[in-house]
Design a protein around this ligand. Structure first.
Ligand code: GLU
Length: 307
C-alpha cells in the first residue's frame, strides 16, 4: 500500500448482532475511502473472547460481504494481536508513567466522583501515588489494571463532520486504563496500535467515540504513530426514534432476509443524506453522491424501509 493512499476501516466489536447503524457506518467508511480512490479494510475488534464469539464475527463478515463491503486486505482479528499490544505496552512503560490501579468498580463509582460525558468517571488518581510497600500489600489480594498518567495537555483535532474538537486530558479524561485487570489490553491501546500498524489514514465510526479520540491521539504521539483523520457519524435511531440495540430485534441479518443488497444500500444513501429519494443503488453507484459535507450533523432517523 503506497504512502499517500487513503486507507479507511470498519472495526466492529462482535459482541452481538450487527444493526443498521453499524451498517451505515461501514457504508460511509467504504464510500469515504473509495471516493478518494483508496482502500477499505475490516478489523474485528474481538479483544474480549468471552464477549465476542467467532460466530458473531462470521455473521458480521457475511453481512458485509452480502452488501459488497469487502475488505481490501486480510481481515485482522484483535484476539490474534496480543504480541503487538504487549510490545506497545512495553514502549509506553518506557516513555510515560504507567501505574497499577487496584481500585474496584464500587470504589470508582463512589458518590463524589466526577462523571465524564461518555458515562465513565474522571479517575481521582487514588493509586497513582501509592508507595512500593502499599502496592506490595495490595497485589497480594487484587490483580491490578494499568493506567497511563496523562499530562495537563489540550488535545485538539478536526473532525470531518463535527469540526474542531478539544479535550483537556487531565480535566476531561484523566488517567485511563491501557491494560485491564483480567489481563486483556484495553480498547484504547489496541485500536491505536492497529490503526497505526495497518496504515489507517481515516477513521469513520460512531459519535459515541468522539470523547475517546483524544486518548488515542495521545497514545499515537507517545508511540510515534501517525494521526489519521476522523469522521464521527451521528447516532442512528430506529424510525420510531428509539435507540438501536445489538439484540435480535434490530439485527441487520433480519433485514437482509427480505431486502436485496441494492435496496439496503439505496436506503442507507438516503438516510445518510447523500440522495433525495430511496431507490435501489449499488455501492459503486453511490460513490459519486458521497461527500462528507452532505452527512447530517444531528441524529439520523432511519426510514421505515430499514427497520
Ligand atoms: N469496535 C468499536 C465498536 O464496534 C468501534 C471502534 C472504532 O471504530 O474505533 O463500537
Amino acid at each position: 500500500m503506497n504512502g499517500n493512499e487513503t486507507i479507511g476501516r470498519f472495526a466492529p466489536t462482535p459482541s452481538g448482532f450487527m444493526h443498521v447503524g453499524n451498517i451505515l457506518c461501514a457504508v460511509i467508511a467504504y464510500l469515504s475511502a473509495k471516493s478518494k480512490g483508496g482502500k477499505f479494510v475490516v478489523r474485528i475488534e474481538d479483544l474480549d473472547p468471552l464477549r465476542c464469539p467467532r460466530t458473531a464475527a462470521r455473521d458480521i463478515i457475511e453481512t458485509l460481504e452480502f452488501l459488497g463491503l469487502k475488505s481490501d486486505a486480510p481481515i485482522v482479528y484483535q484476539s490474534e494481536r496480543t504480541k503487538a499490544y504487549a510490545a506497545a505496552f512495553q514502549t509506553l512503560c518506557k516513555v510515560s508513567q504507567i501505574y497499577p490501579c487496584y481500585c474496584s468498580r464500587a470504589e470508582l463509582h463512589g458518590a463524589d466522583v466526577i462523571r465524564l460525558p461518555d458515562g465513565g468517571i474522571l479517575y481521582p488518581g487514588t493509586c497513582k501515588t501509592l508507595t512500593e510497600t502499599q502496592r506490595a500489600q495490595k497485589v497480594r489480594n487484587i490483580k491490578p489494571a494499568y493506567r497511563i498518567a496523562v499530562p495537563d495537555e489540550r488535545i485538539i483535532y478536526d473532525d470531518m463532520l463535527f469540526g474542531r474538537r478539544e479535550q483537556d486530558l487531565a480535566k476531561d479524561c484523566g488517567d485511563f486504563i491501557i491494560k485491564r485487570s483480567d489481563g486483556l489490553y484495553a480498547y484504547q491501546l489496541a485500536v491505536t496500535v492497529d490503526d497505526g500498524e495497518y496504515g489507517i489514514t481515516e477513521v469513520v465510526r460512531g459519535a459515541d467515540l468522539l470523547h475517546d479520540t483524544p486518548r488515542q491521539i495521545y497514545l499515537q504521539r507517545l508511540l510515534g504513530l501517525p494521526q489519521p483523520e476522523y469522521l464521527h457519524i451521528p447516532l442512528v435511531l430506529h424510525s420510531s426514534g428509539r435507540k438501536l440495540s445489538k439484540s435480535a430485534g434490530d439485527s441487520a441479518a433480519r433485514l437482509l432476509k427480505h431486502r436485496s443488497a441494492s435496496e439496503i444500500i439505496g436506503a442507507i444513501g438516503f438516510a445518510a443524506g447523500l440522495t433525495h429519494e430511496i431507490r435501489p443503488m449499488t455501492l459503486n453507484g453511490l460513490i459519486k453522491y458521497y461527500s462528507a459535507d452532505r452527512l447530517p450533523h444531528d441524529n439520523i432517523l432511519l426510514p421505515p424501509e430499514l427497520c
